[in-house]
Design a protein around this ligand. Structure first.
Ligand code: PXP
Length: 240
């Protein structure tokens, strides 16, 4: 299976917001990601709009020609926006409003009825739904009952343990991905995936449909562009 790359553009919005104005331009960045081969664009608007704003979500909807994925906690406001924008996919995340970044998946057993109602409403509008989840059999069985189309594995622990022992780090995810195959659940993954740990993860999960990557990818853009850009500035100063 070919695994799709969805680029999470939150960090670009964060950089823009730190200065006011529109540099870097989130919409242009997303368009260029697509031009360079990305298979999708992901945003995770948060209540305080500290990175992606509601206006960004609507602006991106107009330009994204690949798969548009909106992540977030299913508050009433969030659901209304998603129904309005109609992205390809909505990934539901159990984040508290003030959370720095997502650090766990849903308790699908405890929230089964709530999730099933939300998922049904989104699916009625033709939106594919994915549930952010930890690789635990009981949670996957709970996910099936919510009638979600896919799950997204929270890969933070994998990334954290990768350099210690990658076979151990990937074990629970590979096994859970096999269960997903049996249960006919589509498999996405995200969080802290990087150039260092991505290939091995993909090799161990043959049914991995999509990864969404933001932090490491943007960091790589900075580092891999650094030499070129310092030279360009030196040239402008006539000192190269
Ligand atoms: N998936 C979810 C649910 C997330 O909240 C995030 C971070 O916004 C990601 C994937 C991407 O993680 P990272 O920025 O570490 O690549």
């Amino acid at each position: 299976m070919n695994t799709k790359l969805s680029v999470n553009v939150n960090k670009i919005a964060l950089l823009r917001n730190s200065r006011g104005g529109n540099v870097p331009n989130v919409v242009q960045f997303a368009k260029d990601c697509e031009r360079f081969g990305a298979d999708g664009i992901t945003v995770h608007p948060r209540l305080d709009e500290r990175h992606i704003t509601r206006d960004d979500v609507y602006a991106l909807k107009e330009v994204v020609t690949t798969e548009f994925n909106i992540e977030g906690y299913p508050s009433e406001d969030f659901i209304q926006m998603v129904l309005d924008v109609k992205p390809t996919q909505c990934t539901l995340v159990p984040d508290a409003p003030d959370q720095l970044t997502s650090d766990h998946g849903w308790d699908t057993l405890k929230h089964e009825a709530f999730l099933r109602d939300v998922i049904r409403e989104l699916q009625k509008s033709g939106i594919r739904v994915s549930l952010f989840i930890d690789p635990v059999r009981a949670l996957l069985e709970g996910a099936i009952k919510t009638e979600t189309d896919r799950i997204e594995f929270y890969t933070g622990p994998y990334a954290h343990d990768y350099s210690l022992n990658r076979e151990e780090a990937v074990k629970s995810f590979a096994l859970a991905a096999q269960w997903c195959d049996e249960l006919q659940l589509g498999v996405n993954a995200g969080h802290d995936l990087s150039l260092q740990n991505l290939r091995y993860f993909r090799e161990q999960l043959p049914n991995l449909m999509e990864v969404s990557i933001g932090h490491a990818l943007v960091n790589d853009c900075l580092y891999l562009g650094l030499q070129n850009v310092v030279s360009m500035y030196k040239r402008e100063l006539g000192t190269l």
